[in-house]
Ligand binder design. Structure first.
Ligand code: AMP
Length: 213
């Protein structure tokens, strides 16, 4: 299965992609995670990417094409993948289409995760990661016992650098201007499926797999 997860920052793409990966063994390819790894490695490219990400802007399309071409030709992507956070511009969607045409492996679907604006804001401003396990939590939505357990185990509840209010506002503007046109793009290609992405993780996952099967 080759799918793209579309949706605003905070719509739950990463959470659902991780669940799909765990349950169906299809690799999650998150360009955001790949860029954060480059930042953590402190390479020159990582430093440039960091400056862009901190402003909530997009890394240039030609760089993203290089990253994604390399990743999609790895052996583990041969039997399918879940793209999370790519494409984000019409140019990236065209590049992806061309790349997959060359590989002879077209996309099966683009799933649009739909969430109301006020919930998006809470998901983004409340999002935390356990410094020890990488587990994703949310100070508004996670059970208090789960949040306490992280601290009790000596972990810290870390916030992503770009989850502050100013950067979040920029990321949502960029989404509206540059990524939302992809809804039309995939609709025209009869690949778009809309998912109500509100509710619990399991409820959303059930809707998502129902749309895929
Ligand atoms: P994410 O984790 O998907 O929210 O991505 C975090 C940040 O990484 C974004 O705000 C962008 O700055 C950058 N980024 C991730 N994916 C892309 C992409 N496909 N094109 C350009 N920039 C990206």
């Amino acid at each position: 299965m080759r799918i793209v997860l579309l949706g605003a920052p905070g719509s739950g793409k990463g959470t659902q992609a991780k669940k799909l990966m765990a349950e169906r063994g299809i690799p999650q390819i998150s360009t955001g995670d790949m860029l954060r790894e480059a930042v953590a490695e402190g390479t020159r490219f990582g430093q440039k990417a960091q400056a862009i990400m901190e402003q909530g802007k997009l890394v240039p399309d030609d760089i993203m094409l290089g990253i994604i071409s390399e990743r999609l030709t790895q052996p583990d992507a041969a039997d399918g993948f879940i793209l999370d956070g790519f494409p984000r511009t019409t140019q990236q969607a065209l590049d992806l289409e061309e790349l997959l045409d060359q590989l002879g492996t077209p996309l099966d679907a683009a799933l649009l995760m739909q969430v109301d604006f006020d919930i998006l804001m809470k998901r983004l401003t409340g999002r935390r990661t356990c410094s020890k396990t990488g587990k994703l939590l949310n100070v508004y939505f996670s059970p208090q016992a789960e949040l306490d357990a992280v601290v009790a185990a000596g972990g810290e509840l870390q916030q992503r650098e770009d989850d502050n209010e100013e950067t979040i506002a920029n990321r949502l503007d960029v989404y509206r201007e540059q990524t939302e046109p992809l809804i039309d793009f995939y609709q025209k290609r009869a690949k778009l499926k809309k998912i109500d992405a509100q509710g619990t993780i399991d409820e959303v996952y059930a809707r998502l797999t129902a749309a895929l099967d």
